[in-house]
Ligand binder design. Sequence first.
Ligand code: URP
Ligand code: ZN
Ligand code: ZN
Length: 467
Amino acid sequence: MKILIKNGTVLTAESEYIADVLVDGERIAAIGMNLSDTGAERVIDAAGKYVMPGGIDQHVHYSFVYKGSKVRGFETTDACAVGGTTTVVEFVNQVKGKGLLESLEEYKRTDAEGIAMVDYAFHPVMTDARPEVVEEIPKLAEAGYPTMKLFMAYKGQFFHADDEAILKALIKGKEAGITVMVHAENGDMVDYLTKKLISEGKTGAYYHAASRPPIVEGEATSRAIYLAELAEAPIYIVHVTCKDAIKAIKEAQQRGVPVYGETCAHYLLFDESVLDLPDEEGAKFVCSPALRTRDHQQPLWDALNNGWLNAISSDHCGFDWEYQKHLGMGEGCSFADIPNGAPSVQNRMNAIWTYGVCTGKLSKQKFVEVMSTNPAKNNGLTSKGSITVGYDADIVIFDPDYRGIMGVDSCLEGVDYSIYEGMEQKGRPETVLLRGKVIVENGKYTGSKGDGHFVPGKSFGKAYEHL
Ligand code: URP
Ligand code: ZN
Ligand code: ZN
C-alpha cells in the first residue's frame, strides 16, 4: 500500500523541515515538497504535526523473572505502539544448561513470534560463562544478535556475572563486533548493605535506595570500564543513574576508551522520595539501580546533551503492584523481596517530550537522537531510526497540541499501575506506522497481534565506530 503523509514537519536527529513523506509498502519511498502523482491510496494530513522515526526502546524486559515473579510479555506490546515505540530490544537470559543461541531461538519462537505488535530484537544475557558458551559468542553476530549483556548486580541469582565472565565476553565479543552491555552495580556491596539494613529492621521499600547508593554504581561502572580497557573492547553501560557513573564514563571517553551508556526516563523524572510513599506505594518504584536524590538529575540531562550518554530507554518491567510487588511487603519480607523494575514503555516518549523537550532540557533533535536514531545504531538496526528514503516506514505522526493526563486507565501495559499516574502529558503519537502499516490511529491501537517481526542486527554497531 502507498501512503502519502502531507505537510508534516519532519524531525530528524539533525534538523527539521516541512515536507511530504511517501510510504510505499514497508519503506519510505520519497521525501519532498508537494509530492504529487504518487498513486497513494491514502493521504494523511500532518500539517501542524511532527513526523518522526518510530521510537526504539533498546532496554525492555518481557521475560524477566525476579524471585519467582514474571513480568507481562510480548502480548502487551500494543502499549509500545500507542506510545510511539515501534521497535523494542529485549534481554533474554541464557537458560540454565542451555546455550545462548538455543535459549534465544526458543524464546523467540514461543514468546515473541506471532505475538509481538511492534518489531523486536534481542540482547542475549550470558548467565553461565562455561567454555563452550564463551566459544559460542561470535556465532551470535551471524544470527543477528550484535549485543550481549551481563549483570554485575544481583549476587546470588543465577544471572549474576563475575569479572572473569565479563572479561571473557569482552574479548570474545570483540572478535565478532559484538557490543557487551553491563548492568553496573557492585553485587557484593549491595549484598552487604541489604543484610545490614535488614538486621537493623530497616525493611521498607524506602531502604531499597539505601541498599544500593550511587557509590555502588560508580564503583561497578569504573570497574567495567577498566575491564573493557584491558580487553581493548568497547563497552555499553545500561541504565546509568548518577553523577558517580557519569564521571567514570566521561573521563574514560576523554582518554579515548569506547565506553557508551544510556539512562532511563524514570531516573530523569523521579527521585528516591517516591520510595517512601504511604500505603506501600513505594514498592511501585523499586527498580535497580535505585532512584536517586534530585541532584543527580541535571547531570543526567547534561550527559545526554554532551553525548556522554546516548540513549533514553524505559527498562520496562511489567510487574503488577498488588499481586507481585506486594509479595515483598508482607510479614517477614523486606525491600529485597520486591520484584525489581517498573512498567514504563508506553509513556517513555510522552514523558520525555513533556518534561524534557517542552521544558527546554532537550532539543527536538536530541529527542529523536536518543529515542530512536542512536538506539538503532547501538543495536545495528540499519534500516531503522531515521526518516530517510529506503529506511523502514516506522513513522510517528506526533500531535504537539494534545493535552492529557497519564495513568493506568489509558495504559495497555497489562499491569495495575503506572509510575506516571496523574502526570500531565503534552503531545502524543496520533498516528503510528510500523513498516508501512498504520497500527495507531487517533491515539488508539488498530494493529494486530503478530504485526511485529524480528529484526536481525548487524555487528560492529555504534560502539565500534571509533575503534
Ligand atoms: O529493576 C530493574 N531494572 N529490573 C529489570 C532488570 C534490570 O536490572 O535491568
Ligand atoms: Zn539492570
Ligand atoms: Zn533492565
